[in-house]
Design a binder for this molecule. Structure first.
Ligand SMILES: Cc1cc2nc3c(=O)[nH]c(=O)nc-3n(C[C@H](O)[C@H](O)[C@H](O)COP(=O)(O)OP(=O)(O)OC[C@H]3O[C@@H](n4cnc5c(N)ncnc54)[C@H](O)[C@@H]3O)c2cc1C
Length: 467
């Protein structure tokens, strides 16, 4: 009888560049692919669930081409694994390691429990370019500044992605009970997510197509186009990297390390930097990486938060971004920065409430990228912009969306406006648009005042040793 082992898919919904799947076949074992629902230590927002549904459907189809069935079970992961091991008379499970704090906790418990019962667990590295424990500075400390991190990363030998190990094989599928995907209720009953498909259909084919377009076209102007929200100038691969439909090593190695590709590779390295930071500083899930910001006197105003969430702040670039997010599950990076800055610095709301909203509504919601993005913008994260450099959303809007092409796409009601009025409709008489929630100049001054007061009077906490 052919030996079998479970291969547990989580953040790696792909066959190529999947170390756990490759390891199983390299050991001469027939894989039994499984997926065990979302109660596996991961944080899954509403928009991400939609992506998960379609990416799992696609993975299931890909596996079937090799005679394999993706077995779906729900409930306690350990109990399900134990039952599945028994059902297919296997002694071993393979999975790829995950790095967010709750995921690590979850996987460690399961690993110990299985080992204590005499089962074998083989965990592999497939999510990142390099695992966080293997990239430290000269004092053996994690990097907290991006530039030296990127230099060290570029000097590392990033392993090449493994090919699809199933190629050329057809297995005799096991007849094990499996739930239908609909049982997991990943899709909401009202299809509010229809516009997500303007970004992607969440398939592997779409991810590969996007990578191809990047390599052949977008990469040439990526350095300049990536900042213009009205241009489709970025890869749009974040959902695929989050769900593991495409591997980071696959993307990294598909572009040669040369000057024209460097700006893009640096973005990929920010993903890596964020994952490493969260791994080394798990407390940053809830607390600012810079402890000086722990006592910041934030507002707790639900009405302000609601207006921001619904794109009714009165500042067009912010409102346009929040509408794009709500409708498509995606927001351009430049606009993410503007919206996050507006929430934390002009509305003086806590970065964590914004983080939560983004996490629930983004199709690429990634704990490390999102938390580090929010902390970076609000000034309390690693390598963050100095606090006193407060984005002016009107200047940002005029600089990166001068003709208002992005604003008008998401706020067609502003069609009649031209020039500076598009960026500041409150300057025009008789305009029917949301009144600004706050005065940008006053709120900026107020933020700077709080910052100065805290610095002078209250902040006795030790400053960080940045390296
Ligand atoms: C407040 C805030 C919240 C964010 N939340 C998320 C999130 O939940 N999930 C997420 O994937 N990205 C997040 N980002 C980072 C960035 O906005 C998105 O990765 C990017 O817009 C995705 O579009 P793209 O794939 O076309 O990016 P590209 O420009 O094509 O970049 C390629 C890849 O590099 C990575 N990347 C790019 N920029 C960053 C960055 N600043 N930090 C970390 N990784 C980066 C992504 O994986 C991205 O797919 C956030 C940024 C901010 C400012």
């Amino acid at each position: 009888m052919i030996q079998k082992a479970l291969v547990w898919f989580r953040r790696d919904l792909r066959l190529k560049d999947n170390e756990a799947l490759s390891a199983c076949l390299e050991d001469g074992i027939q894989p039994v692919p499984i997926w065990l629902g979302t109660e596996d230590g991961s944080r899954v927002g509403s928009a991400l669930k939609v992506g998960l549904h379609y990416s799992l459907t696609d993975l299931k189809r890909q596996l079937e081409a090799f005679g394999l069935t993706l077995i779906l079970r729900q409930g306690d992961c350990l109990l399900n694994i134990l039952s599945l091991l028994e059902e297919c008379q296997a002694r071993k499970i393979y999975w790829n390691r995950r790095y967010a704090p709750e995921e690590i906790k979850h996987d460690t418990l399961i690993m110990h429990a299985l080992k204590s019962k005499g089962y074998e667990v083989k965990s592999c590295a497939s999510q990142l370019l390099i695992e966080p424990m293997y990239l430290k500075n000269q004092s053996a400390q994690p990097y907290r500044v991006f530039t030296p991190f990127f230099k060290a990363l570029s000097e590392k030998n990033i392993p090449k992605p493994k090919p699809n190990p199933l190629t050329g094989r057809v297995f005799k599928s096991l007849k094990l009970p499996s739930l239908p995907l609909s049982e997991f209720k990943l899709l909401p009953s009202i299809p509010w997510y229809r516009d997500f498909f303007t970004i992607t259909d969440f398939s592997r084919a779409d991810a590969l197509h996007k990578l191809q377009i990047l390599k052949e076209h977008k990469i040439l102007d990526y350095g300049t186009h990536r900042d213009i929200p009205s241009i489709d100038g970025t890869s749009l691969l974040s959902w695929a990297l989050r769900l593991g439909v495409i591997g980071a090593k696959e993307v990294w190695h598909s572009l040669v390390f040369e000057p024209q590709n460097l700006v893009f590779l640096k973005q990929l390295a920010w993903r890596e930097f964020s994952a490493h930071l969260l791994f080394h500083f798990p407390e940053s899930l809830h607390e600012p990486l810079n402890p000086r910001f722990k006592i910041w006197p934030y507002n707790h105003d639900n009405l302000l938060l609601k207006a921001w969430q619904r794109g009714k702040t009165g500042v067009p670039i912010v409102d346009a971004g929040m509408k794009q997010l709500w409708q498509t599950g995606y927001m351009h990076n430049r606009v993410r920065m503007i919206c996050a800055s507006y929430l934390t610095k002009n509305l003086n709301l806590h970065w964590a409430v914004g983080e939560r909203w983004f996490y629930d509504t983004l199709i690429d919601a990634d704990e490390a990228n999102n938390i580090m993005g929010w902390q970076w913008v609000s000034g309390c994260g690693a390598d963050a912009a100095p606090y006193f450099r407060i984005f002016n959303p009107v200047l940002q809007s005029a600089k990166f969306d001068p003709e208002g092409a992005y604003i008008l796409k998401w706020l067609p009601e502003l069609k009649g406006l031209r020039g500076k009025f598009l960026h500041q409709p409150w300057l025009q008489d008789n305009i029917k648009y949301h009144k600004p929630l706050v005065c940008l100049e006053d709120s900026r001054k107020q933020a700077l005042k709080i910052y100065k007061n805290l610095q002078e009077n209250v902040w006795h906490l030790p400053s960080q040793n940045l390296s």
